[in-house]
Design a protein around this ligand. Structure first.
Ligand SMILES: Cc1cc2nc3c(=O)[nH]c(=O)nc-3n(C[C@H](O)[C@H](O)[C@H](O)COP(=O)(O)OP(=O)(O)OC[C@H]3O[C@@H](n4cnc5c(N)ncnc54)[C@H](O)[C@@H]3O)c2cc1C
Length: 424
């Protein structure tokens, strides 16, 4: 149905505002198998190159770490056979604290798994998800939603863009716009923001020794640093860097020549991968944790970054949204079988009740990780050090951390790390 831009319908059961990775996944889940919702996805950006024909290796591609739970879900949804074609297995995560002994090693083998998670370049993941959804949904792109107007029986979306109708209506609007378009504010929904005085530098780097599927999380006095393995080959020497620094230091590192950047990064990371030899294009992000003041209303759900925006250090944002999308789709697809209205508040409240605990736990985990590992006060440093030792030596704690970050926790079982530290 992706070629029907000439005469798009104007009335849908469900309209998804934003066809990023989260919006595309939800569209796929609502329109495949027995689910027969009439779904429209409205996306403001130009469609990405087709995964099937144009997947091009680019040194600078951005990546997403997918938890084992996300991968299992993608397998069940028949999405993984495609996405997995260009995925790098994380076989070990080595967590360390610069200047301290101790550290944690999380191993897939110890947990009886082939991988703790996988790293996939967004240039592959995003078009794979979109193409999986396109077959049974109407894509309007590039088309912008300018306003969402609630009504008792339906929502009206005012659109702008060539060949798009001026308005479409739907019984349920899913706001998956990434949170930056201002649509939530038009609806009176605010984002409660906690700004970290930190900036993340994202870049791909190369080094002397093969990574052998190892990911590294290193906590330094200036902030945490993560390296995620890229490329499955046995001699692969490229990784995705997320380096969190105070803003002034981050700006200096953004402006530094490559050699200076690599020297400073080497100082912070150490030599476990030998000499760092190349850094690609650098991009920087100001870091914040943002949560929408409301996620459900009659005929409205917020999803993805629009609902919650997390610090990227623990690689949880997309994985959390996959679990949200899976829960929402399961409730809505049951409603389809029961011939119910998808915008019914009782259904959407059921979704919210189901997701609240995991969302709170995951946002707290990433928030506390940042606070714990960025704090230089002696008491915190001692706690952090003990925490790490505990994490490595107390099997339950380590397993709990792995379980939550792998996205395999159910109910309250995944809170291992949180029990290691205290509130500020
Ligand atoms: C540096 C970094 C590293 C990360 N690494 C990881 C990781 O390793 N693992 C992980 O799980 N998560 C990670 N994340 C988080 C992850 O990237 C996000 O959770 C995810 O991309 C959110 O996707 P989304 O679809 O909600 O939003 P977006 O990707 O922002 O998509 C929103 C879409 O909405 C469209 N849109 C916006 N406004 C409108 C409008 N008015 N009308 C129509 N369309 C509109 C946009 O064009 C866009 O296509 C990372 C984030 C960052 C910043």
């Amino acid at each position: 149905m992706n070629d029907t831009m000439a005469q798009p319908a104007v009335d849908y059961d469900i309209a998804i505002i934003g066809g990023g990775m989260v919006g595309a996944l939800l569209a796929r889940l609502l329109s495949s198998g027995e689910a027969g919702w009439r779904v429209a996805v409205v996306d403001a950006s130009e469609p990405p190159a087709k995964a099937s024909t144009h997947y091009q290796f680019d040194y600078d591609n951005r990546s997403t770490a997918l938890s084992a739970g996300t991968v299992e879900f993608f397998q069940r949804q028949d999405l993984w056979s495609r996405i997995g074609e260009h995925a790098t297995a994380i076989r070990e995560v080595l967590v360390s604290d610069r200047g301290h002994l101790g550290g944690a090693r999380l191993s897939a083998q110890e947990r009886g798994r082939s991988a703790l998670g996988y790293v996939v370049e967004n240039a592959w993941l995003a078009p794979c998800l979109r193409e999986a959804a396109e077959a049974n949904t109407q894509w309007l792109a590039p088309v912008r939603v300018e306003a969402v107007v609630p009504g008792p029986q339906s929502m009206s979306l005012r659109l702008s863009g060539e060949a798009a109708p001026a308005t479409i209506t739907c019984r349920l609007a899913v706001l998956a716009d990434g949170g930056l378009s201002g649509l939530h504010r038009q609806l009176g929904i605010e984002h409660q923001r906690r700004n970290y005085d930190q900036q993340a530098i994202i870049a791909n780097v190369s080094f002397e020794r093969p990574h052998r599927g190892r990911a590294f999380e290193r906590f330094t006095p200036a902030g945490p640093l993560a390296l995620l393995p890229l490329d499955e080959r046995a001699d692969a020497r490229r990784a995705a860097l997320v380096w969190t620094l105070p803003p002034a230091r981050a700006e200096a590192m953004m402006a530094a020549p490559d050699e200076v950047f690599l020297t400073e990064l080497q100082r912070a990371f150490g030599w476990r991968l030998g000499r760092l030899s190349r850094v690609g294009q650098r991009r920087s992000w100001r870091l914040a944790l943002a949560e929408a003041s409301e996620q459900v209303r009659s005929r409205l759900v917020l999803l993805g970054n629009s609902a919650h925006y997390l610090h990227p250090v623990a690689g949880q944002g997309f994985n959390l949204s996959v679990r949200d999308a899976a829960a929402l789709a399961s409730i809505l697809n049951r409603a389809f079988r029961e011939a119910r209205d998808p915008g019914e508040l009782s259904l959407l409240n059921e979704y919210w009740r189901k997701r609240q605990w995991d969302q709170t736990l995951t946002t707290e985990l990433s928030d506390r990780l940042v606070k714990l590992f960025s704090n230089r006060r002696p008491a915190w440093m001692a706690l952090r050090h003990l925490g790490f030792l505990g994490l490595d030596w107390v099997p339950g704690a380590k397993a709990g951390f792995a379980t939550q970050t792998m996205g395999l926790a159910s109910g309250r079982s995944g809170a291992g790390l949180i029990s290691l530290e205290a509130d500020e």
